[in-house]
Design a binder for this molecule. Structure first.
Ligand SMILES: C[S@@+](CC[C@H](N)C(=O)[O-])C[C@H]1O[C@@H](n2cnc3c(N)ncnc32)[C@H](O)[C@@H]1O
Length: 247
């Protein structure tokens, strides 16, 4: 049966990370209000076809770019490579159909620094209704079938370091050690779609699913200093803040 994650809320976990670290660069796919994006300290990019920003999301960031478009369109433009931008961390929280999330992962990895990090939201639903692929009847909490990225990445990319953190309500999959040269997912993309599109979590087996990657306490991962991002994050607790030049 489902396990409901009850650890530290994911926004709180991300805020703690971003108030201690900066990345060159951070990308968030699926931003809507900009709530986690607002907490980011370093240079950042947000992509969402439908922003509804709330409050000041620039804050102390040196650079912030927003793209009001779908992530596939954003990556197809090759904006990142054209501008010499390599990603340190990508937060994937856009379209919650697994093939979109998988493409977001593949595209993010291709544009990452070696050893970069991807955080994938909503891989741990706790009700059957969260899982639907019916875009005309979405529940208030919608994880879709993004959970499939856990078995897909575990099987096709054993070279990646993967843990889940028990951040409520639906977990964060933390994938580190990204390899921008890897072509494995690209080469197997059609096979993966053929195998996983109609798969249900019940078919996969709940116990087997929860055993795929280590599930860690979000609070403990934070208390230990977010070691998963060691290769790409720098400590910024003593950073200078923007100052008023003229009144
Ligand atoms: C769950 S919300 C994001 C929430 C935000 N990350 C947060 O934690 O507060 C999902 C967002 O994904 C966006 N979205 C849907 N399809 C997308 C796509 N193809 N590419 C990028 N974003 C997409 C939606 O417009 C929506 O704003």
């Amino acid at each position: 049966m489902f396990r409901k994650f009850t650890g530290r809320h994911y926004v709180d976990f991300l805020r703690d990370f971003h108030h201690r670290h900066a990345l060159d660069w951070y990308l968030e796919i699926g931003c809507r209000t900009g709530r986690p994006l607002a907490e980011v300290s370093g240079p950042a990019i947000g992509v969402d076809p439908y922003f509804r920003l709330e409050g000041d999301i620039l804050r102390g960031k040196p650079r912030l770019m927003l793209f009001q478009q779908e992530s596939d369109t954003f990556f197809a433009s090759d904006f990142l490579a054209t501008n010499g931008i390599r990603l340190g961390m990508t937060f994937i929280d856009g379209m919650h159909l697994f093939e979109y999330a998988l493409r977001d992962f593949m595209n993010a990895e291709r544009n990452s620094q070696p050893g970069g990090v991807a955080l994938i939201h909503d891989c741990y639903p706790f009700r059957t209704r969260h899982l639907t692929r019916d875009l005309d009847n979405l529940p208030a909490v919608w994880t879709g079938d993004v959970w499939k990225l856990v078995p897909i990445l575990r099987e096709y990319r054993p070279d990646l370091d993967i843990i889940a953190v028990d951040a409520r309500p639906t977990g964060l999959l933390v994938v580190s050690g990204l390899d921008p040269e890897s072509r494995v997912l690209h080469d197997h993309y059609e096979d993966i779609l053929a195998r996983f599109t109609t798969m249900e979590l019940d078919d996969h087996g709940f116990d087997a699913f929860y055993d795929l990657v280590p599930i860690r306490s979000a609070s403990e991962v934070a208390d230990e200093g977010f070691g998963f991002a060691r290769a790409v994050a720098r400590d910024i607790r003593a950073r200078a803040q923007p100052e008023v030049i003229t009144p």
